[in-house]
Write a protein that binds this ligand. Structure first.
Ligand SMILES: [Zn+2]
Ligand SMILES: [Zn+2]
Length: 932
C-alpha cells in the first residue's frame, strides 16, 4: 500500500483539562486562562467593539504560525457569580406510577386479561370490557372485590390504569403561534388573554368559543405533544431487566483511547464518557464569565460514571415531511440512552421521543429553543439525580442523566447549539475558526485551524440572550453564536459536546457531491459510445451486483436517473464504487485510461479535470477513508489514518479543481469526534432516520398494541427457543430459526461421503473427551450416529445479519460471506448450517463451507493496493476449494458479489465486496419466516 504523507493531526491536547471551569473555591472568581482575551471591564462589553474575532487561547502555540497571535491581555477577575436563571414553568403531568400497581394483584390481573384478550385474542373493545366486568363480578360475589381504589370497568380505563394508554403520557402543550413558547393545559385555561407572554412577541395562543351550555371553550392555535423524559425513564426502569441492561461504568478506566492503539468497541471507550459532571450549578459572573460549580460547597463535582445509574443521553433533532409532496415538515426530538448495549440502544422501545415540533416550516432558533425547554429542564433535574422505582428492587434508586452529545445533521446542529449557519462567512464550522473561503483552499484541510473556544461561545451566547435584535445580529456576525437553551444546562459546552452526523456529512454530503457534481455533473458517465458507453456499463454492472438480502436494491436505471435519496443507498454505492468505476471506464486492456472521456455535444466543459485515472486515484482515497472511519471497531491511530485519507481526498480534489463544500471541511473533525464520543458506528443517525419512517406510518393506538404484541412474541420465542442451544448461541450473538430444527441423516445429504466424515473429524477435535467413533465401525468409544447428531438449519442470524446456505431448498440467498482465517478474511460459499450435539455436551453450531478460489494468475486491479482495507477480494467465477467445517463464530460479514469478465486472462471473475456489518440496524428482530 502506498504510504500517504500524514496530514498533521491535532493530537489529544490537554486543553480540555486546562480549561475546565470548576473552581475549587466556590464563590471565588475562577482564575481561568480563557478569560485572558475577554473584555477587561464592563464598559467594553457593553459597547461591543466588533473587531474581527481575534480571541486566541492558550493552545494556540500548538497550531502553528498560521494565526496572528494577539498579545494576551491581563486576566480579568469576574465576580459576583450567580446561578443562571431558568424560564418559569409549571408542571402539569399525570402521576408516574401506573395506578394498577397500587391495586390488588387480582384486579391488576383482571385488567391484564382484558387487555391481552383485546390485543391478541381479537376481542372487540366491547367483548373485552364485558369479560373484564364478568371477572370483577366474580370477585364481587366472592366478597374479595376491593372498595378502594375502586376498580374500573371499561377496557380503555383499564389500559389507562395499567399505564399502557399512550395518550396518558403525552402532554399537549399549547404553543405560541409565533415563538412556540409552550403553555401547559392549566396555564391555557387560566391565561387572561390569548396574547403570548414572551416580550416583543405578537403571537396568539388560543381561540375562544362558547359551547351549547354557555361554557367558554379555549382551543389552542398550535399544539406540541410532549413526553416527559423523567416519566419515560420511570416507566423504563419499571420494565423487567431494563436496569440490569444499563451499563455500570463505575469501575471503568477513563481515557483509554489516550493509547493510540486501544481498540474502541463502543461509546464508553471514548473520552467524554467519563468527564460528565453531576450536581453542578452553572453560574454567570458580572462580566459574563460562565462557570460550573459543585453544589452545596462540595470540593469536587461527582462524575456521572461514579453513579450506578448515570445515563449518557444523545439528543437528536431532525425534520421530515409527513405529507407527501407538500412542504409540511415536523421535527421529532429524540433522546437515546447510550448506556444500553448497542443492539438495544436504538430499539423503538428504548428511545424517548420527547416532543414533536409542529410545522409547517422548519422552526427558527427561537422556536427550537422553546421546544427544547421542557426536556432541557428535565435534564437539569436529572443531573441532580431523581429517585425512581426499579423493577425487582425494594428501594428506589437515584437515576442521573446528562445530555452527553447533540447529534444532528449540520443545519439542525447549528440551530440547536446556537452556532451560526453553515454558510456563514466567518463561522461556518461549529468546531473551528475556519472561514468560508478556506473551504476551497488547502488551509481548510491541513489542520491549521484553531478549535472553537466553548467558554467564549457560552459568554457570547448569554449576551445574545438578553440583547436587542441588532445586537444579537452583531454577536452572530462577529462570534458566530446565538442564544441556545441548552447553554443553561450545567456542564453543557456547545462545540465540544456536539458531533456532526457522519451519515449526513459523508453519505448525503461528500458521496452525493462526488456522484452528482463530479461524476454525473462532469459527464464522466455519459452515454457516448452506445452500448459500450460508460453509462451503459455503469448501469449494467450496478444491476449485476448480487447484494446481501438485508441490503435493499439500488434503482435499476441509476445511470439515467442519477439520483439517490437515502444515505444508505449512497453508502451502498460507495462500497462498490472502486469496482464499478473501473468497469465503466476501463479500456480494452482492463486499465483506466489516463485521459478525459469525450464530452457530450452541446455541453459546457466543467472547470475541473475530467482525467479518468487521476479521478479514480482520488476517489479510492475517499472509499478507503470512509471504510476505515465507519468500521465497527476502531483505534485512535486507525481513526487518524482514516481521517488522513479523507484529508488527502479533499486536497487531491482541490488539485483537480473540484469545488468543495462545508461538509468536506467538517469531515476533518471526525477523528476528533471519535476520540470524544467513540466510533462513528455507534452514533451515526441511521437508527434515528428509521424512527422517522416509523413515525410517518404511525397510527397511534394501533402502534402501541403492535409494540406489546412484538414484545410478547419475542419473549415467548425466547422461552421456546430450544434451551440447549442457548448458552453458546448467546455468546457469539447468533440467533437460530425459531422452528425446531430436524435431525438429518448425514450420509444421505450433500455430496456422497463428505458430510459425515468431515463432521466426525470436526467433532473429534471439538470434544476429544467423548472419544467419538464412526457408527459403522466396531471401535470402542461413543458412536457418532449419522442420523442422530446433526440438525440442519436453513439460516442463522449473526450480529443481526441473515446467513443462508445452498442446502436450503427454498432460497440460496445470503449463502456467500467472508470468514476469518488466520487474521485475514476470505470469501466462502456456505453449503450447510448444522447444530451438532451428542450426549449431554452443549450443542455447537457450525457451517460447511467452500472457499472461492483465487491464485496469482488473477491480474492486479486498480484498487489492489487498498484491497484488504476496502474488503474487496477477486476470485474465479464458480470455482471452489474443498469442503471444510468452521464454527459459525468465524463468519465475519456478508458480501456483495460482482461478476465480471477479465479481458487479460479471458476468464469470468467474481469480485466479492465485504459488507462489514453495514446496514445492520436493529430493525427486524423477527423473521417473517418464523411466523408463517
Ligand atoms: Zn410568542
Ligand atoms: Zn472546522
Amino acid at each position: 500500500m502506498k504510504k500517504w504523507p500524514r496530514v498533521p493531526q491535532t493530537l489529544t491536547s490537554n486543553a480540555d483539562e486546562a480549561t475546565r471551569c470548576i473552581s475549587t473555591e466556590p464563590g471565588q472568581a475562577a482564575p481561568h486562562a480563557r478569560d485572558q482575551d475577554l473584555p477587561t471591564n464592563k464598559d467594553q462589553h457593553d459597547h461591543f467593539n466588533f473587531d474581527p474575532p481575534d480571541y486566541v487561547h492558550d493552545a494556540d502555540e500548538e497550531h502553528g504560525p498560521a494565526r496572528a497571535h494577539v498579545a494576551a491581555q491581563p486576566p480579568i477577575h469576574d465576580f459576583n457569580f450567580r446561578p443562571v436563571v431558568l424560564p418559569d414553568d409549571q408542571e402539569d403531568r399525570p402521576s408516574l406510577v401506573p395506578r394498577a400497581f397500587q391495586e390488588r394483584p387480582g384486579v391488576h390481573l383482571t385488567y391484564l386479561n382484558a387487555v391481552v384478550g383485546n390485543v391478541f385474542g381479537n376481542h372487540t373493545v366491547q367483548a373485552a370490557t364485558e369479560s373484564l366486568n364478568n371477572q370483577l363480578n366474580c370477585m364481587l360475589v366472592e366478597g374479595v372485590l376491593p372498595e378502594h381504589p375502586r376498580p374500573v370497568r371499561h377496557l380503555l380505563s383499564a389500559k389507562c390504569r395499567l399505564g399502557i394508554d399512550p395518550d396518558q403520557w403525552i402532554t399537549q402543550y399549547a404553543i405560541c403561534s409565533e415563538c412556540w413558547k409552550h403553555y401547559t393545559p392549566v396555564q391555557l385555561r387560566e391565561l387572561l388573554s390569548p396574547s403570548c407572554t414572551v416580550p416583543d412577541c405578537s403571537g396568539l395562543l388560543y381561540d375562544e368559543r362558547v359551547d351549547a351550555k354557555g361554557k367558554i371553550i379555549r382551543t389552542a392555535k398550535k399544539i406540541m405533544p410532549h413526553v416527559s423524559l423523567i416519566g419515560s425513564l420511570r416507566r423504563m426502569f419499571m420494565r423487567p431487566g431494563f436496569a440490569k441492561s444499563i451499563r455500570d461504568s463505575r469501575h471503568d478506566q477513563p481515557r483509554r483511547n489516550d493509547d493510540e492503539d486501544f481498540v474502541m468497541t463502543d461509546m464508553h471507550d471514548s473520552t467524554l464518557w467519563h468527564e460528565l459532571e453531576m450536581n453542578t450549578i452553572r453560574e454567570i459572573g458580572e462580566l459574563g464569565t460562565i462557570r460550573d460549580c459543585p453544589q452545596d460547597n462540595r470540593p469536587m463535582a461527582m462524575k456521572i460514571t461514579e453513579h450506578c445509574y448515570g445515563l449518557h443521553l444523545i439528543l437528536n433533532i431532525n425534520w421530515m415531511g409527513i405529507l407527501n409532496n407538500r412542504p409540511h415538515s415536523t421535527g421529532p426530538i429524540y433522546y437515546a440512552i447510550n448506556d444500553l448495549p448497542q443492539d438495544q440502544r436504538y430499539l423503538q422501545v428504548n428511545v424517548i421521543c420527547a416532543a414533536i415540533m409542529p410545522g409547517p416550516k422548519e422552526p427558527n432558533v427561537q422556536q427550537i429553543n422553546h421546544c427544547l425547554e421542557p426536556s432541557s429542564r428535565e435534564v437539569m433535574e436529572l443531573k441532580n439525580g431523581v429517585k425512581m422505582d426499579i423493577n425487582g428492587k425494594d428501594e428506589p434508586a437515584n437515576i442521573f442523566a446528562d445530555n452527553a452529545i447533540l447529534d444532528c445533521d449540520m443545519p439542525a446542529s447549528h440551530k440547536c447549539n446556537g452556532t451560526a449557519g453553515h454558510s456563514h462567512d466567518f463561522h461556518p464550522c461549529a468546531f473551528c475558526d475556519v472561514d468560508i473561503v478556506k473551504v476551497n483552499t488547502p488551509e481548510g484541510y491541513d489542520n491549521s485551524w484553531t478549535p472553537k473556544d466553548d467558554y467564549q461561545m457560552l459568554r457570547q451566547s448569554f449576551y445574545s440572550r438578553d440583547a436587542t435584535q441588532a445586537r444579537q445580529d452583531a454577536i452572530l456576525k462577529d462570534f458566530g453564536v446565538r442564544w441556545s437553551i441548552l447553554n443553561l444546562i450545567s456542564g453543557w459546552l456547545p462545540s465540544k459536546k456536539s458531533v456532526l452526523d457522519f451519515m449526513h456529512a459523508i453519505f448525503l454530503g461528500i458521496i452525493s457531491h462526488l456522484f452528482m457534481r463530479v461524476l454525473f455533473g462532469g459527464y464522466m458517465l455519459s452515454g457516448i459510445g452506445g452500448i459500450n458507453s460508460p453509462r451503459r456499463r455503469f448501469e449494467e454492472i450496478i444491476n449485476a451486483v448480487r447484494w446481501p438480502s438485508h441490503i435493499t436494491r439500488l434503482p435499476k436505471n441509476l445511470g439515467e436517473n442519477q439520483s439517490l435519496k437515502k444515505a444508505d443507498e449512497w453508502r451502498r454505492l460507495l462500497t462498490v464504487t472502486p469496482v464499478v468505476l473501473w468497469w465503466s471506464w476501463r479500456d480494452e486492456n482492463d486499465e483506466i485510461p489516463d485521459k478525459e472521456p469525450p464530452l457530450p455535444p452541446n455541453t459546457v466543459q466543467p472547470d475541473f479535470s475530467r482525467n479518468c485515472r487521476s479521478l479514480y486515484q482520488t476517489i479510492l482515497l475517499l472509499c478507503t477513508g470512509v471504510c476505515i472511519l465507519s468500521s465497527h471497531t476502531i483505534s485512535m491511530s486507525q481513526a487518524r489514518i482514516g481521517q488522513s485519507f479523507i484529508s488527502h481526498y479533499c486536497l487531491e480534489s482541490l488539485q483537480l479543481r473540484i469545488p468543495l463544500t462545508i461538509n468536506h471541511h467538517a469531515s476533518m473533525h471526525i477523528s476528533e469526534m471519535i476520540r470524544k464520543v467513540g466510533l462513528v458506528y455507534a452514533w451515526w443517525l441511521f437508527a434515528f432516520e428509521r424512527f422517522n419512517s416509523m413515525l410517518e406510518r404511525v397510527h397511534h393506538n394501533e402502534q402501541i398494541n403492535r409494540i406489546i404484541k412484538v414484545q410478547a412474541q419475542t419473549r415467548g420465542s425466547m422461552m421456546s427457543q430450544i434451551a440447549v442451544y442457548q448458552s453458546e448461541a448467546a455468546e457469539d450473538n447468533v440467533r437460530l430459526p425459531l422452528r425446531a430444527a430436524k435431525f438429518i441423516d448425514l450420509r444421505s445429504h450433500g455430496p456422497p461421503g463428505v458430510f459425515y466424515t468431515l463432521l466426525l473429524e470436526y467433532c473429534c477435535r471439538l470434544w476429544p473427551q467423548l472419544r467419538l467413533v464412526n457408527d459403522l465401525s466396531h471401535d470402542d468409544g461413543t458412536p457418532f450416529l449419522a442420523s442422530k447428531v446433526a440438525r440442519m438449519l436453513t439460516y442463522i442470524r449473526k450480529d443481526g445479519i441473515h446467513y443462508g446456505c445452498t442446502m436450503n431448498r427454498r432460497t440460496q440467498s445470503d449463502s456467500l460471506g467472508f470468514i476469518s482465517r488466520n487474521s485475514t478474511c476470505v470469501p466462502v460459499q456456505i453449503i450447510g448450517l448444522f447444530v451438532v450435539g451428542i450426549l449431554d455436551v452443549v450443542p455447537h453450531i457450525c457451517a460447511v463451507v467452500r472457499q472461492l478460489q483465487c491464485d496469482d494468475r488473477i491480474p492486479d486491479m486498480p484498487w489492489t493496493r487498498y484491497g484488504s482495507t476496502l474488503g474487496i477480494h477477486v476470485s474465479y467465477a464458480n470455482e471452489f476449494g474443498p469442503y471444510e467445517i468452521i464454527p459459525v463464530s468465524n463468519i465475519e460479514c456478508p458480501l456483495a458479489l460482482i461478476p465480471v469478465h477479465s479481458a487479460i486472462i479471458k476468464k469470468d471473475l467474481w469480485i466479492a465486496v465485504s459488507f462489514d456489518h453495514s446496514g445492520n440496524e436493529p430493525e427486524d428482530l423477527l423473521d417473517d419466516d418464523d411466523f408463517q
